[in-house]
Design a binder for this molecule. Structure first.
Ligand code: HEC
Length: 109
């Protein structure tokens, strides 16, 4: 009896696990932005404290070193590219995470 119940439950939980694995890569960067508190000041398409990510993507479109420069700025913060409001440094963001976030932002249209 008990063994049969386990057999019935298992395929369903496998399906859920497979669905989660498929959903993860596409959602990874927005989730990282959420986790690192970027979305307190930014959204994808509206300026709040910081510029909209789509506006950032448009501004740097076609500049091949943009991802590196933005990753650096994401970690260290800075001011003057968009106005007088500074972005504080984000010390909780690693170089790899900053690069991932920069590439995601630049991919937005
Ligand atoms: C406290 C508010 C705040 C937080 C938190 C914040 N930002 Fe910003 N961000 C700003 C402001 C303000 C600017 C505009 C700075 C300027 O004019 O140079 C900016 C600019 C940027 C830019 C454009 C830089 C440039 O030189 O054009 C990127 C990319 C960016 N932020 C990404 C991020 C990411 C990724 C995070 C999370 C790790 C983050 N921001 C967290 C306020 C914030």
């Amino acid at each position: 009896m008990a063994a049969k119940e386990v057999m019935i439950v298992r395929p369903a939980s496998l399906l859920i696990a497979a669905a989660a694995a498929v959903a993860l890569p596409a959602a990874a960067s927005p989730e990282l932005a959420q986790k690192k508190n970027c979305l307190a000041c930014h959204t994808v398409d509206k300026k709040i404290v910081g510029p909209a990510y789509k506006d950032i993507a448009a501004k740097y479109a076609g500049q091949k070193d943009a991802a590196d420069r933005l990753a650096d700025k994401i970690m260290k913060g800075g001011v003057g590219a968009w106005g007088q409001v500074p972005m504080p440094a984000n010390p909780g963001v690693s170089a790899a995470e900053a690069k991932q976030l920069a590439n995601w932002i630049l991919s937005l249209k």
